[in-house]
Design a protein around this ligand. Structure first.
Ligand SMILES: [Fe+2]
Length: 235
């Protein structure tokens, strides 16, 4: 293990996230961005051809290509460097949870503060491996906001779902940037002004239950995706 490796491990476990800019090349990102847009029925000029997307009021439309046997993104999924950083962070072994693409339409709200899974057991968590296939800018909106160190802070504070919090950091990742983000670390996504794509090659420590991300913690509720139910109001 070299110095850089130690720095990566320390930074991730101190802050709950670590960012690498220019990790993937522009041409690969363009190719993948195009593939994702094509799936959603959006042409290369970011114009919608898919009626569902045009009419959709859904804030984030997810797509799990590998569940459909579409291994379109193996050059990320199988990338040695990408996975070797995952090895450093999840030292006792890990596995892929799933690869999830997310499409947010211009004008959608983004995402409120949340933890991807309840932090009751600090050994049980997911690792987001976010890959940005296009620039997030002031014009696009959809910035990712992270509250450093909160993977160690227990359950997300109760309060107004999307309000700015003292200590938060706002990021506008460029094309090719990757972010490793602990699922217990508090994060949100700002309102989306132009169509936005992001991708998440989610991993988990070995032995983590497959449904680890079924219950999401918001500032006003616990929400269960499998049943589309508010499990508990928080106030
Ligand atoms: Fe999340």
């Amino acid at each position: 293990m070299n110095m850089d490796d130690d720095k990566i491990i320390d930074e991730f476990w101190e802050n709950g996230f670590i960012i690498f800019e220019n990790f993937f090349g522009a041409s690969l990102m363009d190719e993948y961005n195009h593939k994702i847009l094509e799936h959603y029925g959006v042409n290369p000029n970011w114009e919608h051809t898919n009626e569902f997307i045009t009419k959709s009021a859904v804030e984030v439309v997810p797509w799990f290509p590998y569940r459909e046997g579409k291994r379109y993104f193996d050059r990320i999924n199988d990338d040695k460097h990408f996975n070797s950083i995952t090895d450093l962070i999840l030292r006792d072994g890990w596995e892929n949870l799933y690869c999830m693409m997310m499409f947010s339409k211009a004008g959608s709200k983004g995402q409120a503060w949340h933890q991807d899974c309840p932090p009751d057991d600090k050994e049980k968590f997911n690792l987001n491996r976010l890959v940005y296939t296009h620039d997030i800018t002031e014009e696009t909106g959809g910035e990712i906001v992270i509250f450093p160190g909160t993977h160690k802070a227990g359950i997300l504070s109760i309060g107004v779902p999307s309000e700015d919090l003292e200590g938060q950091l706002v990021f506008r990742p460029k094309k090719g940037t990757i972010i490793f983000l602990h699922g217990h670390c508090w994060h949100k996504v700002m309102p989306v002004k132009k169509d936005r794509i992001s991708s998440n090659f989610r991993a988990v420590p070995k032995g983590t239950p497959e449904d680890i991300t079924d219950i999401c913690v918001y500032r006003n509720m616990l929400y269960q995706f499998s049943t589309s139910q508010v499990l508990k109001e928080r106030k």
